[in-house]
Design a binder for this molecule. Structure first.
Ligand SMILES: Cc1ncc(COP(=O)(O)O)c(C=O)c1O
Length: 303
């Protein structure tokens, strides 16, 4: 539980679910999203994990670490071919992934956009038949299934929560939680989008959530919504507001936040609190999804 006069004044309880502590190397939501992918890859006798991401992708770092730990080779298709011949400019994420044995292939931004097209995927699978292909962010149906454990932990550790707040990239983490949490109509999962307003993710999120035999859209009490920042922050941009959020949260609670996901989530929470969006007696869980690996080389503007 996080104790603060601000929360007492608002008559709310605030908790942080420290999922960043769930695995030493494959932190936070990454472990939940990858674990069934690793299992399937083994079952299908695949020897390589192949995936996609940007130069600062936590998913790239996590996949490389998981491959090393669980006996796979790994291959990362990275956005930005300008990095091809300039390893000195690689981010800490790319350097660590490479040290963990990941073969890095750099794609132009145009080619990178093709990655989710069926044709491209098919060709890739033919070129690398031994590879288990994982989409960007690790977000697939197995990732959704993997979030069951986290949902169960939350249900058990803090059953009467009213609001659960998480950062949103692809929306898979939010979807997996909404899908697996035992929710009632008094509970809402709020997602702070890190890329635009997140509206473009609604189709994926609805598909991932509804992909459940007993889900009846109109009758289901499972509420979720986006919690948008007052002033949208471009993906990956580290503004003074984000830095201040990180500093103040660390000073008050001794908890480190990453600037791209968890600090944005916490900023979204404080903005909503300042607008009295949480009724008295609310029990709010802030989900720490990890992402701390990238802190080491992030500068004020990584792009
Ligand atoms: C630390 C962290 N938190 C949250 C997210 C968002 O997860 P999702 O893509 O499942 O929405 C990510 C994305 O990869 C992440 O790295």
């Amino acid at each position: 539980m996080l104790k603060s006069p601000l929360f007492e004044d608002a008559n709310i309880e605030v908790f942080m679910k420290r999922d960043d502590l769930n695995h030493p190397e494959i932190q936070g939501n990454k472990w939940h999203k990858l674990k069934f992918n690793l299992e399937q890859a083994k079952l299908q006798n695949k020897t390589t994990l192949l995936t996609f991401g940007g130069a600062y992708s936590n998913h790239i770092a996590a996949t490389a670490a998981a491959a090393k730990l669980y006996g796979f080779s790994s291959m990362g298709f990275i956005r930005g071919d300008e990095l091809q011949n300039t390893p000195s400019k690689w981010s800490h994420t790319l350097k660590t992934a490479h040290l963990n044995g990941m073969q890095l292939h750099f794609l132009s931004r145009t080619d990178y956009r093709l990655k989710s097209q069926l044709n491209f995927q098919h060709q890739l699978q033919q070129s690398y038949p031994d590879a288990w292909i994982i989409p960007e962010g690790g977000s697939n149906d197995l990732a959704i299934a993997g979030l069951q454990t986290l949902a169960t932990e939350i249900d058990q550790q803090c059953p009467n929560w009213t609001h659960l707040i998480t950062a949103v990239g692809t929306g898979a983490t939010l979807s997996g939680l909404v899908r697996h949490l035992k929710m009632n109509s008094a509970q809402t999962v709020l997602g702070v989008a890190t890329l635009g307003s997140g509206d473009f993710l609604k189709t994926d999120i609805c598909r991932w959530i509804q992909n459940d035999n007993d889900w009846v859209a109109e009758k289901n009490p499972k509420n979720w919504a986006f919690l948008n920042l007052e002033n949208p922050i471009r993906y990956g941009k580290i503004t003074p507001e984000i830095e201040l959020t990180q500093q103040q949260f660390r000073a008050e609670f001794d908890i480190v936040l990453d600037p791209i996901y968890t600090a944005k989530m916490v900023l979204g929470f404080y903005e909503a609190l300042s607008k009295n969006r949480f009724p008295p007696n609310s029990k709010i869980i802030l989900l720490h999804t990890g992402g701390l690996q990238g802190l080491q080389t992030l500068t004020s503007d990584p792009f």
